[in-house]
Design a protein around this ligand. Sequence first.
Ligand SMILES: [Zn+2]
Length: 249
Amino acid sequence: MSVAFAAVAFAPGLAIGSFLNVIASRVPLRRSVSDGRSACMSCSHEIAAYDNIPLLSWVLLRGRCRHCQASIPVRYPVVELTTALLVAASVLRFGLTAEGVVASFFVVVLVAISAIDIEYRIVPNRIVVPAAVIVLVAQTILAPSPEWLLGAVGASGFLFVAALAYPKGMGMGDVKLAFLLGAMLGRSVTVGLMIGFLAALVPAAVLAVRHGSKARKIAVPFAPFLAFGAIVALFAGEAVLDWYLGILG
Ligand SMILES: [Zn+2]
């Protein structure tokens, strides 16, 4: 039954992903996300509804504007597909429940923040701050416990110290993102942060091999790695923690 729900959730997931692309293009430029139809960034031609179908239009147009042939960034179909898969996975894991809704909201926010950080190297306050408040309140109502607030404060405190120690690699945006992760994941945020930091070592190592000492000057966006760790922790955090505590015990 939940597989059917998850399959049904895929389509609205694509639509949400399409909206995230609008957010990712407009929020960093401080433009409104609600007014004005989508237009080609290159020729300003308004995009017709039949050319604005998530995933499908990009494939049919072979990634080019119908009017000026300017290439449409691969970010568009990637964001749409990733969002749809993660929303479907959230519904599959948590069902059509309040938990499933909060988890879906959480993964959607992570996709938006990652897309913006990759393109603009910022974690926008306008997204991360309200999302963190919403998730903290929702989690505390759904499962009353200080765990969510403690997770949020602990994770953001850890990132704050890391950002002081390594100011080029992390910023205050990552600290606020960690607050969001802790509010959602509670104690499992330890798993999310650990996987996020480990994953971020991969590009650091690749850059060091390719560019040697100059690699230190190349900025790598950190939010997508934190988001990746958080998503692993959301779906498998409890299992990883049990396994780890089992080894210790
Ligand atoms: Zn165009």
